[in-house]
Design a protein around this ligand. Sequence first.
Ligand code: C2E
Ligand code: MG
Ligand code: MG
Ligand code: MG
Length: 280
Amino acid sequence: EAKHRGKSAYQRFQPEMKEVSQERLQMESLLRRALEMQEFELHFQPIIRMDDRQLVGAEALLRWESPTLGEVSPDRFIPLAEETGLIISIGRWVLQQACQAVSRWNQEREEPLCMAINVSPRQFRDPHFVETIRAALDESGLGGESLELEITERLILDNNIDTDRVLAELDAMNVRLSVDDFGTGYSALGYIKKYPFDTLKIDKSFIHDMTTKADDSALVRAIIQMAHSLSLQVIAEGVEAPEEFEFLKKENCDYAQGFLFTPPLREDSFITWLNGTMDR
Ligand code: C2E
Ligand code: MG
Ligand code: MG
Ligand code: MG
């Protein structure tokens, strides 16, 4: 396109491109130091069983508060962490922190909670990935069944990853496996039965429109039915309205997560929230 419009169009883009890359370079150098400067924090969002509205687990979501940039959304810094490889050390920190947190919580509980963690393709490609998971479980005294790894369809289709071996090893450790943002990856569905998945997480874009758009409600219904016929459980993410909860319940969705219950919380607020709902 720019080629057809000639040299002037190209030149018009140059200053912008420079700005973008300088912003990126700045963020990259700040991100490089963020771990040792202790600028990261994990937040936790409850996952609720729809049957009885009981808490069954939480998703760990990373937060970065940079003194220079302020709070930076994970949608901005996670892709950068992936490109630079920083996600390996950051991801290891997330895993350790999250395992320790749920292990602390479970000491006080009869019904243990499960911790869901997001894993990026770069982490999966790391030859030490399975070992890192094993070490985090050992160090926190957590059983594999208390950890759920959320991976995306994009990761499954990545040819650079020895998907079969890694997923089989994790499955053998009883670690639970879920497909995050299900429905957004425009991929063939065959992988679902090929690999040892436990859960599908329906992307929040479908949940958001399902009570008003017939297409989305049909899709959500079909995903739940398909998942159940393959013995997979379903989590709906981004549940914000009571009507959405009721619709999902009617369609036999297993679990829900979203602002209807609470946004992701710092650990102290999560504990307060947990105690509050248990009293009710
Ligand atoms: P995700 O794994 O799909 O996480 C769900 C996102 O939806 C979170 O955004 C969460 O705060 C948000 N959310 C939860 N309930 C609602 C709701 O009712 N309505 C709406 N509109 N949003 C809701 P967040 O925390 O900004 O994270 C964005 C993405 O960044 C995550 O999407 C995940 O892909 C990535 N991410 C976050 N933490 C980590 C991490 O530790 N490691 C890796 N690799 N990726 C992470
Ligand atoms: Mg997730
Ligand atoms: Mg399994
Ligand atoms: Mg998601």
